[in-house]
Each structure stands twice: as structure tokens, then as C-alpha cells.
Design a protein around this ligand. Structure first.
Ligand code: HEC
Ligand code: HEC
Ligand code: HEC
Ligand code: HEC
Ligand code: HEC
Ligand code: HEC
Ligand code: HEC
Length: 575
């Protein structure tokens, strides 16, 4: 057997051609390693597909994205693209296999159950731009809303929601549509210039007010206890205001802190308005301040809850119906009146007013009862005129509206303890409706009465004897009535109503009621009336006036009803 040697030449030539082939291939086809490989083509703004669609990917925005910051490159998602042949018209294979679920299993799991997943096959990246997504924590409320507004026109729905624009202004969509999400109050330091758009203060703007060598958070949290108190925050804001940014202030938004991805829950629960309109609203548990950082980003820092009660001059207009109610501890606070004089003291004052009125009326009634024997013989059946039918209709509509307004008002103030009309929404709607009816009723009354001599005869008190007449009437109700005597002679000259009733009536109808109607109208659609509300001193002032007069109405209602029954009982006069 002839043992032949291994043919060396063919092997060598094979190897040569292989190496040559690889070397040639390397010029037109390369394996991909970095984003730059892709950006070299896709960073050109004129790159289009065969069909003419833009295939441009903005390198700057990519570099800013949450993914790029964590080193997730093009091929982490476009896994299928492994080789690029630069000579082909289509240089690499096509097709996109979004792999969002692999790295975001929590979100994908929550999302699978939602209605969106059933409708949209493109899952995640119809809401999140896959290339330019930034962390939602760095997004403003408007930007977050923008995600949803791309597909949903919320201005044409939610007709049932009172103060719709106001809600959309303060809340992002998901704070109602993702009920399992954790939401919180975010406070921003802003420059409230005349322009309606408020700009968040940047690090550079705060810089002059920082203590040497300290970050904004360290400057703010002076006692370094890990939270910012109202005093710390307000004194810092004061230094900014006085130090060159007079329009500096604070703004509040309700934002999602920990998202849950089932957004298509129809939001039924959000129709239970006490989710937010109550002292125990979910978001009160977390109050954060957004603080700008040196690198252009933001951090959030916890703020003490006291900020809600203390209401410094910087808290803007944020204030929720049902936000505060009276608690036993508040009585202790009353002692610290000056610093803590907050809004809820109106409730305390109002409740006291109503209580003392009721007590006074009861006392009067008791005296009447005890002295009944003194009056037995003198019971007088004086003139008992009935008012024209128009006035009687007006009177009962008026009364009904006031009662409804008071009852719904109680629920609006104390949503947790007084669910009189089942739901908060009912209360708001009924309150608005009664308010409108009351206004129409008032206009009717005014146009009916204007220019009528009868009006003067019934309701006017001669200004010359005003004080003496009032004093005599008081004397009558405070003493003479018990001992069975009639009105003093001067007072008897007033037909139908005595001077006290007249002045009570005219003040309520021509002063209290117009103020109440006006503030009520302003509060009914605050989004349109905001410029006027601001001019009057802000939402809290307008609402305070509204509330104060509501308590006055409630008290005067008690007196009114009492005197009316008293007179019926005595047979003196009526409407
Ligand atoms: C040599 C230039 C070039 C390079 C390098 C390149 N691409 Fe492309 N890419 C193109 C062109 C041209 C198209 C349009 C193809 C067409 O007509 O549909 C395209 C299309 C795409 C598409 C859309 C495919 C489809 O189904 O419509 C994706 C995704 C893509 N490229 C991703 C990448 C990624 C990721 C990289 C980096 C690994 C990369 N490309 C590198 C030129 C390039
Ligand atoms: C987080 C995953 C992810 C990363 C990282 C990513 N892409 Fe994409 N890319 C996608 C998805 C998903 C689509 C499909 C988008 C669609 O259909 O709306 C897509 C689509 C594209 C397209 C088609 C055109 C378009 O805009 O829809 C191009 C081109 C593309 N990517 C290029 C790139 C390049 C270049 C990079 C790196 C700079 C990159 N991608 C990084 C997920 C990603
Ligand atoms: C209907 C729109 C929508 C869809 C679809 C959607 N997201 Fe989101 N996603 C949001 C919004 C909005 C936020 C910000 C939180 C908020 O405002 O409630 C968010 C936040 C996130 C976050 C940050 C979560 C965190 O806790 O830090 C990730 C990650 C995320 N989405 C991934 C995904 C993935 C993955 C999918 C697909 C399975 C997806 N998203 C589908 C709207 C959507
Ligand atoms: C290779 C893994 C990976 C893939 C695939 C991936 N992501 Fe991410 N994604 C990440 C990482 C890591 C972060 C950064 C998380 C962080 O900063 O806490 C992130 C962040 C995000 C954020 C911002 C989160 C925030 O804090 O608000 C969104 C939105 C997001 N991804 C959406 C997507 C979408 C949509 C897809 C599919 C097109 C996708 N991701 C695919 C790993 C991935
Ligand atoms: C890519 C388009 C798109 C985006 C972005 C989007 N949605 Fe949707 N959404 C839909 C579609 C399509 C439906 C189902 C059709 C329908 O019922 O209107 C739907 C349904 C809903 C529903 C349920 C409606 C019902 O009748 O039950 C709610 C609630 C909802 N979306 C809220 C949101 C919120 C909140 C966001 C923002 C986080 C958002 N959507 C973002 C397309 C979108
Ligand atoms: C105050 C809470 C709240 C806010 C804020 C809110 N929604 Fe809703 N939304 C609801 C409730 C509750 C429903 C259910 C309506 C019903 O029962 O008829 C709903 C219904 C919807 C629907 C279903 C359409 C319909 O009327 O049947 C869509 C879509 C929707 N919301 C999108 C949005 C978007 C987008 C935003 C942000 C601009 C948003 N929502 C803000 C509470 C809210
Ligand atoms: C997710 C939280 C949330 C839900 C749910 C909610 N609201 Fe509000 N509401 C707010 C915020 C925030 C404001 C703005 C507060 C401000 O003006 O300072 C507001 C304002 C209002 C106002 C204007 C007066 C005020 O308190 O400032 C009314 C009236 C109102 N909401 C009624 C309702 C009704 C009725 C519902 C239920 C159908 C409801 N809200 C559900 C958060 C909510």
C-alpha cells in the first residue's frame, strides 16, 4: 500500500480563501455591538424605508432615555438584528420583536388583565415611546396626562364630574383610573408669574438662596430630621420671595407615586368622591416636595403633614372640599390661635354661632312657656294678612332651596360623617341645582317687588327712628311679651312686620343673599371664574366668605322659624 501524504496544497488554499472571504465580508457585513453601529445610519434624519417611512431615531433623545441610561442598547430589544450588510438596500433583517415583558414582568402582568391589552396588540409601546421613554418620576402631570390624551378625548367625556377642568388640572388620569396605584401630594416650588403657566424653579434659580456648600435638601431640612416642616419650607420660600423672586410660590398636584398598570378599570370607584374629598383621602398619607438637583434632575423629599393645616401664605389655591373637619385636638390648637389660625376655625365659629342661636331660642321658648299664665287674658288676635300668591310661592321655593343648600352644604363640609344624600356627587349636584333655583327665585322676587309701594309698606324701617324702634321691639320680645303686654305704641304703627323683622329681612335679602349667590356662582365653575377668584384674594377667601354666610343663614333660619311660629301662636301676623 502506498501511503500518500496529506495533500497540503488544497488545504492551504482553502484556508487562504476562507480568510480572504471573511476579510471581504468584514468590509460590508459586521456584527453589531454598540448603539453607534445603528445610529450611524438611523441618526440621519433623511433615512427612510423603501415605502418612504422615516426611520430616523433621534440620538440625543435616545441618550436621555431611561433605557440608554441603564445601558440598554438597540439590540437589547431588536435582538434579531445581528448582522448588517451595508451594501444592501435593506441592510439588515426586518421585523421587531418587542421584549418589554421580559424585563418588565410586573407591568406586563398587570397590563394583561386590562381592557387596553385586549384592544391593542401593540401593548406597551403605544403609551411608552420605546426609544425616548424617560422615567415617569421626571414627567410633569401634563406630560403624564399627554400619554392618555393621545387616544382619549377627555374633554368630551366625564360630563358627570363637577369642576372637570379643575380636576384634570390637579389630577393625572391614572389617579382615578388606576385605583390600586399609590398616589400622593406633590408640592412644587414655582415662579407664579402673571402668565398662567407656572414654571418650576430650577436649581440655578435656587442657588443664591442655598447655604454655602449645602444642597437644596440640606438647606431646606435645617434640623436634618429627614422631613421638611411647614416652618422650614415657608421660611425658605420667604427668603426667595424677599431675595429676588417675588412671584415665587408653591403648587400642588396629586400624582401617582407607585403605578399599577391596569388603567382601564372603568373608574367606578372614583365616582365615590370621598376617595379624595375627605380627611382620610388616600393621598394625604404621602406628601412630598419636589426639589431640583444640581445635575438638572429632581429628587423628592417628605414633607410633614402639618403643612395642610398651617396654610402658610404660599400654599396657593389648593384646598379640597371636606379636607378638614373639627377634631377634639383642634380645641387645643385654638389656644395657638395666631400661628394656626386656619380655615377650619370658621367651622368652629359657625357651629358656635348656630349653637348659641339655638340655645337662645330655646331659652326664650322656655320663658314663654313658664310665663304663659301671665298672658292668658290678653291673647290678642291682631291683623293676620295673607301675602299675594306670587309672594307665597316665592317664599316656599326660597325656603326649600335654603334648606337643601344647608343640608347638602353640611355633607360637602363633612363628607365622612354626614352622608345625607348618599353620595358626595349627589350632594354637589343638588347643591348646585338648589343654588341656581334660588338665584332664579331671587330674580323673580326682585323684579316683582321693584317699584311696588306695598314693598315699602311691608319692609321699610324709618331711618330716623331706626335705633329707638329696634330698641323698643327688643324690649317687647325680651320683656313685654312675657308679661302679656302688647307692642309699644310706636311699633304698632308698623303693619304686618315689626322693625326687627324688617331689618332682618332686608339685610338677608339685599346683603347676605347677594353675597352668598355671588360667591356660590364663582365656586360653581372655578375654571372659568379663576381670574375673578384670584382678584378677590383666592379660592380660600371666597370659600371662607361663602361658608361664613352659610353659617349666618343657618342661624338666622332658626330665629326666623321660631319667630314665625311664635307669631302664629300669638296670632299676630303672617306673610
Ligand atoms: C447601513 C445603515 C443601517 C444600519 C447600520 C442599521 N440600519 Fe436599521 N435600517 C436601515 C434602513 C435603510 C432601514 C429601512 C429598511 C426598509 O426599507 O424597510 C432600516 C430599518 C430598520 C428597522 C425597521 C424594520 C422594519 O421592520 O420596518 C429597525 C427596527 C432597524 N432598522 C433597527 C436597526 C438597529 C437596531 C440597528 C443597529 C443594530 C440598525 N437598524 C442598523 C439602515 C440601517
Ligand atoms: C426598549 C426596547 C427598544 C430599544 C432599546 C430600541 N428599540 Fe427600536 N423599536 C422598539 C419597538 C417596540 C419598536 C416598534 C415601534 C412601533 O411599532 O411603534 C421599534 C421600532 C424601531 C424602528 C422602526 C421605526 C420606528 O420608529 O418605529 C427603528 C428604526 C428602530 N426601532 C431603531 C432603533 C435604534 C436605532 C435603537 C437604538 C438607538 C433602538 N431602536 C432601540 C423597541 C426598542
Ligand atoms: C395605557 C397606557 C400605558 C400602557 C399600555 C402601558 N403603560 Fe407603562 N405607564 C403608563 C403611565 C401613565 C405610567 C406612569 C405612571 C402613572 O402616571 O400612573 C407608566 C409607568 C410605567 C413604568 C414605570 C413603573 C415604575 O414603577 O417605575 C414602567 C416600567 C412601564 N410603565 C412599563 C410598561 C410596560 C412594560 C408596558 C406593557 C406591558 C406598559 N408600561 C404599558 C402608561 C402605560
Ligand atoms: C433588556 C431589558 C429591557 C427591555 C427589553 C425593556 N426595558 Fe424598559 N427598562 C429597563 C430598565 C433596566 C429600565 C430602567 C429602570 C429604572 O431606571 O429603574 C427601564 C425603564 C423603562 C421605563 C421607564 C420607567 C420609569 O421609571 O418610568 C419605561 C416606560 C420602559 N422601560 C418601557 C419599556 C417598554 C415599553 C419596553 C418594550 C418596548 C421596554 N421597556 C423594554 C429594561 C428593559
Ligand atoms: C394607544 C391608544 C390609547 C392610549 C394611549 C390610552 N388608551 Fe385607554 N383605551 C384605548 C382603547 C382603544 C380602549 C378601548 C375602546 C374603548 O372602550 O374606548 C381604551 C379604553 C380605556 C378605558 C375603558 C373604557 C371603557 O369603556 O371601559 C379607560 C378607563 C381608559 N382607556 C383609560 C386610559 C388611560 C387612563 C390612559 C392613560 C394612562 C389611556 N387610556 C391611554 C386606547 C388608548
Ligand atoms: C376624578 C376621577 C377621574 C379623573 C381625574 C379622570 N377620570 Fe376618566 N373616568 C372616571 C370615572 C369614574 C369613569 C367612569 C364613567 C362612568 O361611570 O360613566 C371614567 C371614564 C373614563 C373613560 C371611559 C369613557 C366613558 O366615558 O365611558 C375614559 C376613556 C377615561 N375615563 C379616560 C380618562 C382620561 C384620559 C383622563 C385624564 C385626562 C381621565 N379619564 C381622568 C374618573 C376619572
Ligand atoms: C382622585 C381624587 C379626586 C376625586 C376622586 C374627586 N375629586 Fe374633586 N377635587 C380633587 C382635587 C385635587 C380638586 C382641586 C382642589 C383645589 O381646587 O384646590 C377637586 C375639586 C373639586 C371641587 C371644587 C371645590 C373644591 O373642593 O376645591 C368639587 C365641587 C369637586 N372636586 C367635586 C367632586 C366630586 C363630586 C367628585 C366625585 C364624582 C370628585 N370631586 C372626585 C380631587 C378629587
Amino acid at each position: 500500500m502506498v501511503r500518500r501524504g496529506v495533500p497540503v496544497y488544497p488545504l492551504v488554499s482553502c484556508a487562504f480563501f476562507f480568510i480572504l472571504a471573511v476579510a471581504v465580508a468584514c468590509q460590508s457585513e459586521a456584527s453589531v455591538s454598540t448603539n453607534d453601529d445603528c445610529i450611524s445610519c438611523h441618526g440621519r434624519s433623511d433615512l427612510v424605508s423603501i415605502r418612504g417611512k422615516s426611520r430616523f431615531i433621534d440620538p440625543l433623545r435616545v441618550a436621555n432615555s431611561a433605557h440608554a441610561k441603564k445601558g440598554i442598547g438597540c439590540v437589547s430589544c431588536h435582538e434579531g438584528i445581528t448582522f448588517i450588510s451595508r451594501e444592501e438596500r435593506i441592510p439588515h433583517r426586518r421585523g421587531i420583536e418587542p421584549k418589554c415583558a421580559e424585563c418588565h414582568p410586573k407591568e406586563a402582568g398587570e397590563y394583561d388583565k386590562s381592557l387596553h391589552a385586549q384592544v391593542s396588540k401593540k401593548l406597551c409601546y403605544s403609551c411608552h415611546n420605546p426609544h425616548y421613554s424617560v422615567s415617569f418620576r421626571g414627567m410633569s402631570g401634563d406630560e403624564r396626562k399627554g400619554i392618555c390624551l393621545k387616544c382619549h378625548d377627555a374633554t368630551r367625556t366625564h360630563l358627570w364630574l363637577p369642576q372637570k377642568e379643575l380636576h384634570f388640572n390637579y389630577l393625572e388620569c391614572t389617579s382615578c383610573h388606576s385605583l390600586k396605584a399609590q398616589i400622593g401630594m406633590m408640592i412644587f416650588m414655582v415662579d407664579k408669574t402673571e402668565r398662567s403657566k407656572e414654571a418650576v424653579l430650577t436649581y440655578n434659580q435656587l442657588q443664591p438662596f442655598l447655604e454655602a456648600g449645602k444642597s437644596p435638601v440640606e438647606t431646606l431640612d435645617r434640623d436634618a430630621n429627614g422631613t421638611i416642616s411647614d416652618v422650614e419650607l415657608f421660611s425658605f420660600m420667604k427668603s426667595i420671595k424677599e431675595g429676588g423672586i417675588p412671584t415665587a410660590g408653591l403648587e400642588v398636584r396629586i400624582l401617582v407615586l407607585n403605578p399599577v398598570h391596569d388603567f382601564s378599570s372603568k373608574g367606578e370607584k372614583a365616582r365615590d368622591c370621598t376617595l379624595c374629598h375627605s380627611k382620610d383621602a388616600r393621598f394625604y398619607s404621602t406628601i412630598l416636595l419636589e426639589v431640583p438637583e444640581k445635575d438638572g434632575g429632581f429628587t423628592t423629599f417628605p414633607v410633614e403633614k402639618g403643612i395642610l393645616v398651617s396654610r402658610g401664605p404660599f400654599m396657593g389655591d389648593f384646598y379640597l372640599l371636606g379636607e378638614s373637619k373639627i377634631r377634639p385636638e383642634d380645641l387645643e390648637e385654638l389656644l395657638l390661635v395666631v400661628r394656626r389660625i386656619g380655615f377650619k376655625w370658621l367651622d368652629v365659629l359657625g357651629a358656635c354661632l348656630a349653637f348659641f342661636t339655638l340655645a337662645a331660642v330655646c331659652f326664650h321658648a322656655l320663658l314663654m312657656f313658664l310665663t304663659r299664665n301671665l298672658r292668658r287674658r290678653t291673647a290678642n288676635i291682631a291683623e293676620f294678612t295673607t301675602a299675594p300668591i306670587a309672594i307665597r310661592v316665592w317664599h316656599w321655593v326660597h325656603g326649600l332651596c335654603i334648606i337643601l343648600l344647608l343640608l347638602t352644604g353640611i355633607q360637602l363640609r363633612l363628607p365622612d360623617v354626614a352622608p345625607i344624600f348618599a353620595t358626595f356627587l349627589n350632594a354637589v349636584n343638588l347643591h348646585n341645582l338648589s343654588g341656581i333655583v334660588l338665584i332664579i327665585d331671587f330674580v323673580f322676587w326682585l323684579s316683582y317687588q321693584l317699584g311696588k309701594r306695598e314693598f315699602l309698606r311691608r319692609y321699610f324701617v324709618s331711618p330716623r327712628h331706626f335705633f329707638s324702634d329696634i330698641a323698643q321691639t327688643l324690649h317687647y320680645y325680651g320683656y313685654l311679651i312675657f308679661v302679656g303686654e302688647d307692642f309699644p305704641k310706636g311699633i304698632r304703627e308698623y303693619p304686618v312686620f315689626d322693625p326687627l323683622e324688617r331689618s332682618y329681612f332686608l339685610t338677608t335679602m339685599l346683603v347676605f343673599l347677594p353675597i352668598q349667590m355671588l360667591t356660590g356662582l364663582l365656586l360653581m365653575d372655578m375654571n372659568t371664574t379663576m381670574p375673578i377668584i384670584r382678584a378677590l384674594g383666592g379660592m380660600r377667601v371666597v370659600d371662607a366668605v361663602h361658608l361664613l354666610f352659610a353659617y349666618l343663614f343657618a342661624s338666622s333660619m332658626i330665629v326666623h322659624i321660631y319667630f314665625h311660629t311664635l307669631k302664629r301662636f300669638r296670632g299676630v301676623a303672617g306673610h
